[in-house]
Design a binder for this molecule. Structure first.
Ligand code: CTP
Ligand code: ZN
Length: 140
């Protein structure tokens, strides 16, 4: 298998469902950061059959709250001094912006350019959020 070296400092997103790595890479806008980033696809995994994985070598602590909504089963590993020091347990975020679009066709956010619309979690079971402008329920 291709050998991708361990990183010294940064973040490893592990256990990404097969085929979802590229989508995640785009959603997190990792093409816009200056740090070293690798996307590995189709890694053999005992638990998952195959999985994708993303490594980011960075000094920054990126905000991954949105991952809890995209896929709560992803493991976020924090690496320091070449060692895994923390695995972050993901949760459904209370508020999200930029990743959702209001499903109400008559909502102002769908006919005018409204930026950074905020959605607030209203039903965790249904993973449902409400639009700050029209209060309509929306899910990802
Ligand atoms: N990793 C890395 N650089 C390091 C340390 C770890 O890139 N310096 C990567 C490992 O390759 C692995 C992930 O971070 O993909 C998690 O590391 P670790 O917890 O040590 O591996 P596992 O025990 O396999 O994790 P899990 O139990 O979550 O499957
Ligand atoms: Zn709305």
């Amino acid at each position: 298998m291709i050998n991708v070296s361990k990183i010294k400092k940064g973040i490893v997103l592990d256990h990404i469902n097969e085929g979802q790595g590229y989508k995640l890479f785009s959603q997190l806008k990792l093409d816009e950061i200056e740090d070293v980033v690798v996307l590995l696809r189709n890694i053999p995994s005992r638990k998952m059959g195959k999985k994708d994985l993303i490594k980011i070598e960075t000094d920054l602590l990126l905000d991954f709250t949105v991952l809890g909504l995209i896929d709560p089963d992803i493991t976020v590993n924090i690496i320091e001094n070449g060692e895994m020091v923390r695995k972050i347990k993901l949760q459904l975020p209370e508020k999200v912006t930029d990743i959702m679009k209001c499903k109400n066709p008559r909502c102002i956010t769908n006919y005018e350019k409204v930026r950074h619309v905020e959605f607030t979690l209203s039903d965790p079971q249904k993973r449902e959020y409400r639009c700050e402008y029209c209060d309509s329920p929306t899910s990802l």
